[in-house]
Design a protein around this ligand. Structure first.
Ligand code: NAD
Ligand code: TYD
Length: 377
């Protein structure tokens, strides 16, 4: 079947993996990557697919309702996978307006454009889908009821060999929203708008909430690429608070595979949680990164441990995220492809092998930003 799909935010970290997967796997689909190219958008993430006949890049802002409507008409779009967003919690603390604008108003403008266009067609919403990509952060924070870690009651192929959970509770699809940061508040608001378009206008929508992603092409303001790069350049590793916060890490390609599966087989109006049952305390994952980078650079074990620098905690820092993804596993048969130990090795290797990609981002404007972010810590 032929399809025409807009993927928003396709020049970003996760979006580039979704674009790559769809362009390669579905030669009959036309994939239109709509991206504003903010600081986080980078067309270098997609050089391997940029000349494919079923791929088109359009530089546009999702907040521009007229442009979104024109694009949907021009390309006769029947599916939307919406990833474009401001995505970094620390930036949202400094500049919440941009997050409300892009994440809330941008999502609303895209929804309304899809509504106007799809309702103008004879078949209306038949065969259409608006798929919104969200985060586990909308659920708030879980308690750390088992600070030393317990055997995880659930696993996937992504679960680490250390098999730990740091509490008995997990986020379910039914968990009440309780966002704490301007980022998660803006994502929660956009999720509500997507569901409202289903309930009010009958638009076929799906929302998924995924845990922290890691892997190639992630912008180096996020923990894992930032720390790999800092270790390489012997720069301080700023650990927020005591490093005890827990995140649930999933390899980005396994998120993209879940998005593919859900786009095709997911049930309209449903929510699916995506995560690998792979919880790590920040300080422990940081030690794994240090160990891996040192080994691959030929440094003696422990060489870079002295770079660990405890700094002022992030305001409102959520203690623990842990996703229960059993619904996706049991209903759609999703299984991650990579265990955490393999994923982290692949990721560190990728950043070390792609120094030019990193250098082009970290020189110039970004460097000034990074310094201003960290000077008062
Ligand atoms: P990213 O910051 O790497 O990329 C965001 C992309 O959106 C960039 O290419 C940027 O240019 C584009 N963009 C921003 N504002 C835009 C606008 N107004 N119009 C058009 N394009 C715009 O983000 P990411 O980490 O790849 O996250 C993608 C999505 O997945 C986001 O919606 C995020 O909330 C969600 N998510 C991320 C994670 C994670 O761990 N990174 C986890 C769960 C969910
Ligand atoms: P991050 O990659 O920003 O993702 P998120 O805040 O969306 O989970 O951060 C992951 C964790 O690492 C989070 O608990 C904050 C912490 N962190 C640091 O300790 N130091 C840093 O420099 C960064 C960027 C994050």
């Amino acid at each position: 079947m032929k399809r025409t799909i807009i993927i928003t935010g396709g020049a970003g970290f996760i979006g580039s993996h979704v674009v790559r997967l769809f362009v390669n796997k579905y030669p009959d689909y036309h994939i239109i990557n709509v991206d504003k190219l903010t600081y986080a958008g980078n067309l270098e993430n997609l050089t391997d697919v940029e000349n494919m006949p079923n791929y088109t890049f359009v530089k546009a802002d999702i907040c521009d309702f007229d442009r979104m409507l024109d694009l949907m008409k021009e390309y006769t779009v029947d599916g939307i996978i919406h990833l474009a967003a401001e995505s970094h919690v620390d930036r949202s603390i400094k500049d919440p307006f941009t997050f409300a604008k892009t994440n809330v108003m941008g999502t609303l403008s895209l929804l309304q454009a899809a509504k106007v266009y799809w309702e103008s067609l004879p078949e209306k919403y038949s065969g259409k889908l608006f798929y919104h990509i969200s985060t586990d952060e909308v659920y708030g924070a879980l308690e750390l009821t088992a600070p030393e870690g317990i055997d995880s009651p659930f696993t996937t192929a992504a679960s680490s060999e250390h098999h730990h959970a740091y509490g008995e509770e997990f986020f379910l699809e039914t968990t009440k929203y309780n966002p704490h940061s301007p980022y998660s508040a803006s994502k929660a608001s956009s999720d509500h708008f997507v569901r409202a378009y289903h309930d009010t206008y009958g638009m076929p929508t799906i929302v998924t909430n995924c845990s922290n992603n890691y892997g190639p092409y992630q912008f180096p303001e996020k923990l894992i690429p930032l720390f790999i790069n800092n270790i390489r350049h012997r720069k301080a590793l700023p650990v927020y608070g005591k490093g005890e916060n827990v995140r649930d890490w999933l390899y980005v390609v396994d998120h993209a595979r879940a998005i593919d599966l859900i786009f095709h087989d997911g049930k309209v109006a449903e929510t699916y949680n995506i995560g690998g049952f792979n919880e790590w305390k920040n300080i422990d994952i940081i030690k794994v990164i240090i160990k891996t980078v040192d080994r691959l650079l030929g440094n003696p074990e422990g060489h870079s441990l002295d770079l660990i620098t405890y700094v002022t905690d992030r305001a409102g820092h959520d203690l623990r995220y842990a996703i229960d993804s059993r619904k996706l596993q049991s209903e759609l048969g999703w299984e991650p492809s990579l265990q955490f130990e393999e994923g982290i090795e692949k990721t560190v290797r990728w950043y070390l092998d792609n120094e030019e990609w990193m250098n082009r981002i970290t020189s110039g404007e970004y460097e000034k930003y990074y310094e201003s972010m960290y000077k008062d810590r």
